[in-house]
Design a protein. Structure first.
Length: 144
């Protein structure tokens, strides 16, 4: 009985450990265009408490890769990163662009934050951000 229990426990541990990809594996998958792997990698860097400036920059890099591959959650996180200047220089125009991309799906949170970002932009900046959002929306539509 104990032998069966230990065997089952060992199999469970092997299964659990193999389901978590290492950072190296995630990086390889992300570099090959896996948007979820890029998001998971970004989240890993985002949560680090050591060397936070460098880790936040890496988080932005991988959130951007995931966002550009069409992962909506990464698009929202990236928009917030730009809006707050967390891991990147604050850029409300770029934040507006990514909020607008997500807003296109009808996401009410993205719509509200896009509108809030607009309050900090000139009409020319809004126009430019809208144009960039349309480029991304079109590009992402072809990936589906």
């Amino acid at each position: 009985m104990l032998k069966k229990l230990l065997s089952a426990l060992l199999i469970s541990l092997i299964t659990i450990s193999s389901s978590f990809a290492s950072t190296t594996e995630l990086m390889q998958q992300a570099e090959n265009g896996d948007k979820l792997a890029a998001y998971r990698l970004a989240s890993h860097y985002d949560k680090q408490t050591v060397d936070t400036d460098n880790n936040q920059k890496l988080a932005v890099k991988w959130f951007k890769k995931s966002a550009e591959a069409g992962f909506e959650t990464a698009q929202m996180v990236l928009a917030f990163k730009y809006a707050l200047g967390n891991g990147t220089e604050k850029n409300m125009q770029t934040a507006y662009t990514w909020f607008a991309v997500v807003a296109e799906t009808g996401n009410e949170t993205a719509i509200a934050y896009r509108n809030k970002a607009a309050l900090e932009l000139t009409p020319e900046q809004i126009s430019s951000a809208e144009k960039q959002a349309r480029v991304w929306i079109k590009k992402l539509a072809t990936k589906k």
